[in-house]
Write a protein that binds this ligand. Sequence first.
Ligand SMILES: [Zn+2]
Length: 291
Amino acid sequence: MPELPEVEALAGFLSDRMTGHAIARILPVAVSVLKTYDPPPDALHGRTVTSVGRRGKFLVLTTDDGAGPYLAVHLARGGWLRWKDDLPATAPRPGKGPLALRLLMAEPEGAGFDLTEAGTQKRLAVHCVRDLQDVPGIARLGPEPLGPAFTREVFAALLSGERRRIKGVLRDQGVIAGVGNAYSDEVLHAARMSPYALAANLSEEEVSRLYEALRTTLQDAVERSRGLAAGDLKGEKKTGLRVHGRTGEPCPVCGDTIREVSFSDSSLQYCPTCQTGGKPLADRRMSRLLK
Ligand SMILES: [Zn+2]
């Protein structure tokens, strides 16, 4: 799933191509992709894109300086965006294949993007709204972790009284916007902290360490992704990750073997030496595999 750094880069990539240009047509292909019906996507036809930005993991197209509808896209786990300069003008056929929605620009003619979704989960979501707060996933977002208002004190206040494990807190979009499963693993590794630590129990020093790791990890990933073409972002994300998705590989900091804990629909990765005092976290499936 694309997270804050990838969506930020995608917004920059699209901004270079779409800002100041009018949308010709929006063609929903998959039945489930459009989550709103009023205004209809036709309301965007002929509107000029005035900016392409990001809120949390949402990609946000503003039209006519906010006087026109917004288009908010959440790529979810299997969704992706492909920019093309030579899209056919005819409406694609619904049904088979990963194509979920096509957006065509009025000029340059034939330019635009396809939203695709792999797999069977179909959680890619497109919202056409007059007000961004009409998108429930945006209305509930916590603060942006790279924003100027996100100070150490703001972060500390979010964690105080929070009885959940820090891993779950970091990826809760209602607490902090834009951090998902991959970057929460990376941030905790950079902060040398157990994913199972209870948020409310962190010391002042640990909160500071985690705050620095959060800002630095995300900022570095944004810098690495900036300016990359949409098609190169997924590869860049994978290359830049130090523990996430690297079960069984050596930790780049200490050389210990990276381990994982698996859940029904996701898994987390961590380094025992760096993060849990050398002790593997309980996970029945992995302990059986590593015996
Ligand atoms: Zn390590």
